[in-house]
Design a protein around this ligand. Structure first.
Ligand SMILES: [Zn+2]
Length: 423
């Protein structure tokens, strides 16, 4: 109880008036959300992403000093033909307000969803007054509306002058932020705190520690031959891939918390031909940053070993795009402050470790304490059952707005890191 009282000490009496104004726009935000989720914005659909980005540009540029739309280079990935393909991406948006202010907050969210352009899941369905079933409603178009509402609230108060902010909307989070990672890292180093609008965990709590993650593709080239007439001349790519996949599976648990999942494989045309190409894809999750190097060395050793077999050529493509998010003292102080804000609003809040990862990993790896599940409440994300709890559009915007107001008025919840360069 002391914590709750402490949090509001020194806060102006009219704070709650500004927070209450957020709820007046609940129905408008629900309508805006339905409009946005019905624009497909798969990570591989640049047109859809740019349409959603333009909608938010209109909103954010109304409350910020600068607005930039940045074209990103194509994403390189290995196709199932074993060749490196160039995949065009949507644009990245960056908005800045008061970049010279004493405290600098970085807010990020992604414009993309996991639902492909031809997905049958492309409409919003109102399940009841509280819940909407719609693609990307929780992850994270609802979260983007929460971020916007919180900043609009802050800008509407007389207390914002000590606090500057940058918003980044990126188009490639669901594929691991391959081309926006540089922008996130650059901005992370210029800010004091990061706020990310991924959905809350299904019980409403926050994600705390997160594992790091790497995505890899492996092509195994052998030699084709007729399976009946001269099989001895062939080099079976499926067999070699199978050997390698089972050896990779042995890495599971070889370091604390390490998991490796081969999730896709493609090869072969017919049973009477020795297949000359197999491509498989795997994901690795790690708890310790050092394990990224350890894993890459182990994988290289395995591939080198198999490349010594006559007639085979194996190559690997991919990276650890996200390092583990570790809860240090600064993260802990920030989470505790948010917890106190939430208690003040009548909702107890906690956090827990997760194996999932997001741009919070990137910000943390760049030294920026951040909370990455400030978006809406919902469930079943990345599936056709995805739902958003509609009242959380308002509840979560009030939570973020209170956090922003607290920092604008009282400063950071931890002492400033003097080493941090200021933009
Ligand atoms: Zn997301």
């Amino acid at each position: 109880m002391n914590a709750v009282n402490n949090i509001m000490q020194g806060m102006p009496a009219d704070t709650s008036k500004y927070l209450t104004q957020i709820s007046a726009h609940q129905l408008l935000r629900e309508r805006e959300l339905i409009h946005l989720v019905e624009i497909n914005s798969s990570s591989l659909n640049p047109q859809g992403i740019n349409a959603v980005g333009k909608w938010f540009e209109h909103k954010f540029s109304a409350i910020s000093q600068t607005s930039e739309r940045i074209h990103l280079p194509a994403w390189q990935r290995m196709g199932f033909d074993g060749e490196i393909q160039q995949q065009p991406l949507g644009d990245l948006w960056r908005f800045k307000q008061r970049p010279q202010a004493k405290y600098q907050i970085l807010l990020t969210g992604h414009l993309d969803t996991v639902f492909p352009i031809d997905s049958a899941f492309n409409k919003a369905v109102q399940l009841d007054q509280m819940r909407l079933n719609a693609p990307g409603a929780a992850d994270m178009k609802g979260g983007l509306l929460v971020m916007l509402a919180a900043l609009e609230c802050l800008e509407n108060t007389p207390y914002a002058h000590q606090l500057g902010w940058t918003v980044i909307l990126n188009p490639d989070e669901e594929i691991g932020s391959p081309q926006s990672a540089n922008y996130l890292e650059h901005e992370a180093k210029q800010h004091d705190i990061g706020l990310i609008y991924e959905p809350a965990l299904p019980d409403g709590n926050l994600a705390g520690e997160r594992k790091g993650s790497g995505n890899f593709s492996c092509s195994v080239r052998g030699r084709a031959a007729h399976a009946g007439r001269e099989p001895e001349k062939g080099r079976n790519a499926i067999n070699k891939a199978a050997e390698l996949i089972l050896e990779l599976a042995q890495l599971n648990g070889a370091r604390r918390g390490l998991t490796l999942n081969t999730g896709m494989i493609q090869s072969g045309e017919t049973t009477n031909k020795v297949p000359d190409l197999a491509v498989f894809k795997f994901n690795i999750r790690i708890e310790q940053p050092n394990d990224a190097t350890w894993c890459k060395q182990r994988i290289e050793q395995l591939i080198n070993k198999h490349n010594q077999t006559e007639g085979y050529n194996i190559s690997l493509h991919g990276e650890f795009g996200r390092m583990p998010k570790i809860m240090d003292n600064c993260h802990h102080a920030l989470y505790t402050l948010l917890q106190q804000c939430s208690q003040k609003l009548g909702t107890p809040l906690n956090w827990q470790a997760t194996g999932g990862c997001c741009d919070g990993n990137n910000l943390s790896a760049a030294g920026l304490p951040n909370i990455d599940t400030l978006g809406v409440l919902g469930n079943f994300i990345h599936s056709h059952n995805e739902i958003i709890e509609l009242p959380s559009l308002t509840d979560r915007a009030q939570l973020s707005a209170l956090l922003l107001l607290y920092i604008a008025i009282n400063g950071l919840p931890f002492s400033h890191q003097p080493s941090k360069p200021r933009g």
